[in-house]
Design a protein around this ligand. Structure first.
Ligand code: ATP
Length: 336
């Protein structure tokens, strides 16, 4: 299955009225790759998917699939399956009806369509729900039907727009694992949008960080996390976000340099060089997050083990891991 579904976006631009949703975007998605788009609300993630699917037309630039410009290919002729957060199932059809509808339209004989639908349903753990209508299923079950339906299209490219967003935490985790396993098995190119930090880190070979319709950084998630290209990416990927101290301030450093240190790279250490007072302790069970304030007013977030043994009002000293202090140009925000 590999070798199909390479996507190239060239200077892709889409405006809605005065809003530039996608602003001259260049991106190469390799055949068989799973890539994740992240970025703040309104940064253009869904629009990119809609442009690839052909649901919207670009104002400028091109979408190439396997080297072919698809501008003149209508959505239903593109070998693309899109899954939305809101499922878009036919309410009057059972799960089986929803799964076989597209196959029947393509004149696959009924017995064959049923067989393929059951195989897809088994793979997603919904085989016992095939007689139910969408309003007789939970959100998670509906989402699985939508994923199974996408599976049946056997596309060259999957476009997934926050497919897990409406699931509760345990189901989200389970479905995330299912998606990864499916992708490993099928090797179909997948472009996936998420708001979820854990999904951004785990559900893709590479992550693309978008800001106002532009690509800020592309790379393997751990690499982007470890070496953010600028303060925007540094502040976006990671939760809680990286501490960024302009002008070095309490962390030392020169005025033209902004220093960054992630909460997990700041340790409580009685001998540490940074003085602070604890303002808030968030005990999260498996870890704790301390919100602290330095004498000059700088706020630093610290991630510790589950029982840090400090309370609001306590003075503490902090030690940044010297190998993990990031340096950015204060004027441009770019990594130095
Ligand atoms: N049909 C439309 N008409 C007008 N403006 C639109 C339309 N679709 C998107 N936009 C605007 O384009 C920009 C990008 O929207 P898009 O939905 O692609 O962002 P997003 O990153 O997917 O956001 P979110 O994370 O909130 O889903 C936003 O400013 C949005 O308001």
């Amino acid at each position: 299955m590999t070798g199909r579904g390479a996507i190239r976006l060239e200077s892709l631009t889409k405006t809605y009225g005065r809003t530039t949703a996608v602003d001259g975007m260049d991106l190469d998605v390799r055949a068989g790759e799973m890539i994740t788009l992240v970025g703040p609300s309104g940064s253009g993630k869904s629009t990119v998917l809609r442009l690839i699917a052909g649901l919207d037309r670009p104002d400028r630039g091109r979408v190439l699939v396997d080297g072919r410009d698809v501008a003149l290919v209508p959505p239903h002729r593109r070998a693309v399956a899109m899954v939305f957060q809101d499922y878009a199932l036919y309410p009057h059809l059972t799960a089986l009806g929803n799964l076989t509808f597209g196959l029947r339209v393509r004149r696959v004989p009924r017995a064959e369509a049923d067989r393929r639908a059951r195989t897809a349903a088994e793979r997603l753990g919904i085989a016992d729900l095939l007689d139910r209508h969408p309003d007789e299923m939970s959100g998670g079950q509906r989402q699985r039907v939508a994923l199974a339906r996408a599976l049946l299209r056997e596309p060259s490219v999957y476009l997934l727009d926050e497919p897990l967003a409406s699931l509760d935490a345990p189901l989200r985790l389970a479905t995330r694992a299912d998606l990864l396993a499916l992708h490993r098995e099928l090797g179909t190119t997948t472009v996936h949008v998420t708001h979820d930090q854990a999904e951004a880190m785990t559900l893709g070979d590479r992550v693309v960080v978008l800001d106002r319709g532009r690509v800020r950084q592309v790379g393997p998630p751990q690499q982007v996390y470890d070496e953010p290209a600028d303060t925007f990416v540094a502040g976006f990927l990671g939760s809680p976000p990286m501490n960024l101290v302009a002008g070095g301030g309490t962390l030392g450093g020169r005025p033209d340099v902004t220093l960054g240190v992630r909460p997990e790279d700041l340790a409580l250490d009685a001998e540490g060089p940074v003085e602070a007072t604890v303002e808030v302790v968030e005990a999260l069970g498996s870890e704790a997050v301390l919100l602290t304030r330095c004498p000059d007013g700088t706020r630093l977030t610290v991630r510790t083990g589950p029982r840090p043994g400090v309370r609001p009002g306590d003075p503490v000293r902090l030690r940044p891991d010297p190998d993990r202090v990031h340096r950015f140009d204060t004027a441009t925000g770019r990594r130095r």
